[in-house]
Design a protein around this ligand. Sequence first.
Ligand SMILES: [Mg+2]
Ligand SMILES: [Zn+2]
Length: 184
Amino acid sequence: MKGQRAVFLDRDGVIVEEVDYLRRLDQLRLLPGSAVAIRRLRAAGLKVVVVTNQSAVGRGWLSLPALRRIHAALRRRLGARGARLDAIYFCPHLPAAGGRACACRKPALGLLRRARRRFGLDFKRSYFIGDSTTDLRTARAAGCAAVLVRTGKGGRDGRYRVKPDRVCRDLAAAADWILAREAA
Ligand SMILES: [Mg+2]
Ligand SMILES: [Zn+2]
């Protein structure tokens, strides 16, 4: 039996506005069209899984309860527009500054592997939509189709050199491309 397909989504700059270390609910703003995109992807039978690096936690700038409140608010706002996320996975750790890196901070695959175990996913048949080259690198390492959106960092962070499989204006356009591929 073939594994389940998923769309992995970065959070900041993809679903919500990019804010430097989003810490407060009033900084949480959905990007236009993101709720409809998530609703359509799930309606097509894809799992929609958020994977996000939140080193603000490790830096002591954001508590875990505060992060959970932000994610609850995100789910409520999407839900009000008929969109549901299958899961939100986050890495709370600091970047490894010479020390030992955790296994979950993107571009490591720990978060994606947790989703794979839970949902029986096939990375090769899945997609990753992100706004940073770290997201693209994660997609490559997993073997997912790598989709770059022009919102948020728009791939201009210059951290890794990775060519995306597709560049889209935003999450809505990325969903259009994925759904057209799935239908073909
Ligand atoms: Mg981002
Ligand atoms: Zn981590």
